[in-house]
Design a protein around this ligand. Structure first.
Ligand code: KIV
Ligand code: ZN
Length: 386
């Protein structure tokens, strides 16, 4: 089977920016958008133009500078939202309106106080209006994760007939299990008569820590677009992490999928977003966390020093990291210690390493992590006594 492309739709500047306290100004958003384009992101969701003059300006300015990626403006299924988004996108080389409405009975009842029929009508009208204003329309069926499957299929079919060519199936509350989310995509692929005219998109939230697993399951089920954010930032527990889905796809050729992302730019991109938004990345974060390429236990260090692939399935340079790190703690063994001494320019025989190891353990127990300066002090004493 030939490899098929999964389009990467980045929503760091829209869903990601909904993180409390992480508001970006227009200049910061333009800078990030240019870097996202350089990373190889196919589609950049630049904002929600009707939500504020600042968001309108960001979408407008980003539309002027982005030439290779599609630029997206989010709307509700509301006439004014759609008209304002079309205005904000007027300079974009490839503009897309992302419009939608709640699809679960919960949203239909509590958010819209409406019936399924009314939701269908509003969805179709929104897509038709958007399609008259821009060449490409994506429809989101909000809270699709909890929606009735037959109604979801009806909504998807009707909005494709109205002109949407990308159908977003959001797990808005992050409630699905991977096999359920995959099953939804499979159902839509087989029960929507005009599905060949559109692609399905995964948009998963991380409330149960399943956003990446669900997005990959969705792609296995037939979706060909994944919506995600750098570092997985976003509402509540966040969105699907871009770097994770991209590396899962890269590391699993049996999926027969690929993306356009230059993975060597992932770590610099992660750092840029973290610094610009002043939002720290957890050290154990997959792919881009500070500890993602650090080895601290003796057993792992020994294996890693013999052959890196014993404990690393990603080589640091694949994601733009400089090197793996051996962290010296009381769990480290003699081989890691000898290796670090060698890196610092000291060659010791086995007996010397044995002696140094006892001193090292004493420091490690006292300090948790042993620094190069501690090692130099120990090594210089040995050298002076020889
Ligand atoms: O999570 C969600 O449902 C969304 C939509 C607005 C696409 O972010
Ligand atoms: Zn979302």
């Amino acid at each position: 089977m030939a490899n098929e492309k999964v389009y990467i739709f980045d929503t760091t500047l829209r869903d990601g920016e909904q993180v409390p306290g992480c508001k970006l100004n227009t200049e910061e958003k333009i800078k990030l958008a240019l870097e996202l384009e350089d990373l190889g992101v196919d589609i950049i969701e630049a904002g929600f133009p009707v939500s504020s003059p600042g968001d309108f300006r960001s979408v407008d300015e980003i539309s002027k500078v982005i030439t290779k990626s599609t630029v997206v403006g989010l709307t509700r299924a509301v006439q004014n939202d759609i008209e304002v988004a079309a205005q904000a996108l007027k300079h974009a080389v490839m503009p897309r309106i992302h419009t939608g409405i709640g699809s679960s009975d919960n949203h239909i009842k509590y958010k819209f106080n409406a019936t399924r029929e009314q939701i269908l009508e509003r969805a179709v009208a929104a897509v038709k209006l958007a399609r008259n204003l821009v060449p490409e329309v994506e429809f989101y069926a909000e809270d699709a994760g909890r929606a009735d499957l037959e109604f979801l299929a009806q909504l998807v079919e009707a909005t494709i007939a109205a002109g949407a060519t990308i159908l977003n199936i959001p797990d808005t509350t992050g409630s699905c299990l991977p096999h359920e989310y995959q099953g939804k995509m499979e159902y839509l692929m087989t029960h929507v008569s005009n599905i060949d005219k559109a692609i399905l998109s995964c948009h998963c939230h991380n409330d149960l820590g399943l956003a990446t697993a669900n997005s990959i399951a969705g792609a296995i089920g037939g979706a060909r677009q994944i919506e995600c954010t750098i570092n997985g930032i976003g509402e509540r527990a966040g969105n699907t992490s871009l770097e994770e889905v991209v590396m899962v796809i890269k590391k699993h050729p049996s999926l027969n999928l690929y993306t356009n992302i230059d993975t060597t730019k992932l770590l610099p991109m992660s750092r840029l977003v973290s610094d610009t938004m002043r939002m720290m990345v957890q050290p154990n974060k997959a792919v881009v966390g500070d500890n993602a390429f650090s080895h601290s236990s003796g057993i792992h260090q020994d294996g890693f020093l013999k052959e890196a692939t014993t404990y690393e399935i990603i080589a640091p340079h694949e994601v733009g990291a400089d090197a793996s790190h051996i962290v010296l703690t009381a769990r480290s063994g003699r081989s890691a210690l000898a290796y670090r001494f060698k890196n610092l320019g000291y060659e010791f025989d086995r007996n010397q390493v044995d002696d140094l190891y006892q001193q090292f353990l004493a420091v490690a127990d006292a300090k948790k992590e042993v620094e190069d300066s501690d090692l130099r002090e120990m090594a210089d004493k040995v050298v002076a006594n020889v």
